[in-house]
Design a protein around this ligand. Structure first.
Ligand code: ATP
Length: 286
């Protein structure tokens, strides 16, 4: 396999006495969408800012596009696009003007109109930033990060505060980045977002990795209880079990024997959100 785009070994970061990142290992391969998940205060921003070269680490090894971010030069920086949570848009510039201005900072920018199409702002090219909806402004932010034609993009909580339709549009834009062959490092609080977009997910809590894998085989979903629920004689019954097959066998066997109707019988397996909560429930801010 080719060298990973991002490689982290034993990363540590302390703020005074407080250890915010406590020995993180991870690799991100070229062309993948990688989701970095964790509750508030888990250490996501700290880690990402170290990867972007904005923060010094206290320990461990980090390589981003083959360089140590602490020593990344302009050439290295131009290979990276960053979409922060807060907007950096000039409200009085149009979409085309904003992108044109940013294009001037790069040696080999992508054509402005191509980027406008890419982020789905074709109909808004001449609208001023202040007249865009929140979702459209966010897409312009993504456009700003794409204008330098970076290989690697950092997206920080790209859909926080979005309504469902704006989220869906943002997801399409991000999926489009993968089609372009970009490597995307996405931080998010949303498990469904990671599940939808990411090739691989790493979950951190209190500065440590608690789970890592593809969205489908993340966490030990099998070990979380399954819920069996039904109505019997007008009563709602709900049982949690870690052995659903045997318990269902026994339950339905008895029901058939006694000719009982188990109305609304339902078996609910834990979903990814449950896995996430069970992995990180220890790690939330006190
Ligand atoms: P969120 O989802 O809320 O953005 P996060 O996972 O990005 O959280 P970080 O911002 O990396 O978390 O913070 C991790 C921990 O480090 C938190 O407990 C935070 O209070 C602490 N921290 C972050 N920056 C500093 C700093 N400059 N000085 C001291 N402590 C800090």
């Amino acid at each position: 396999m080719a060298d990973p785009v991002i490689s982290i070994r034993g990363l540590r970061k302390s703020y005074g006495e407080f250890e915010a990142v406590r020995g993180i290992d991870l690799d991100v391969q070229a062309g993948e969408v990688f989701a970095f998940l964790g509750p508030n205060g888990a250490g996501k921003t700290t880690t990402v800012e170290i990867l972007e070269g904005y923060r010094k680490r206290s320990g461990g090894e980090v390589s981003v596009l083959g360089e140590d971010p602490q020593h990344g030069d302009r050439g290295w920086r131009e290979r990276i696009g960053i979409v922060l949570q807060s907007c950096r848009l000039d409200p009085y510039l149009t979409v085309r003007e904003s992108l044109g201005l940013y294009a001037g900072y790069y040696r080999a920018p992508r054509p402005v109109d191509e980027v406008i199409e890419l982020v789905g702002l074709g109909g808004k090219a001449d609208a001023r930033a202040r007249g865009l909806s929140g979702g459209q402004q966010r897409r312009l932010d993504v456009g700003m990060a794409l204008i330098g034609d970076p290989e690697l993009l950092f997206l920080d909580e790209p859909t926080t505060g979005f309504d469902p339709s704006a989220r869906r549009q943002a997801w399409e834009t991000i999926a489009g980045l993968r089609d372009l062959g970009k490597t995307v490092f996405l931080t998010t609080h949303y498990m469904d977002e990671a599940q939808r977009l990411a090739d691989r997910v790493t979950i951190i809590s209190r500065g440590e990795v608690v789970a890592s894998g593809t969205p489908d085989d993340l966490g030990d979903r099998e070990s979380l209880p399954t819920t069996i629920s039904y109505r019997l004689g007008g009563e709602e019954v709900s049982v949690e079990t870690t052995d659903p097959v045997a318990d269902l066998h026994e339950l339905t066997g008895r029901a058939v024997e006694r000719k009982l109707e188990l109305e609304g019988l339902e078996v609910t397996r834990p979903n990814l959100e449950d896995v996430y909560l069970s992995l990180t429930s220890e790690g939330e801010d006190e």
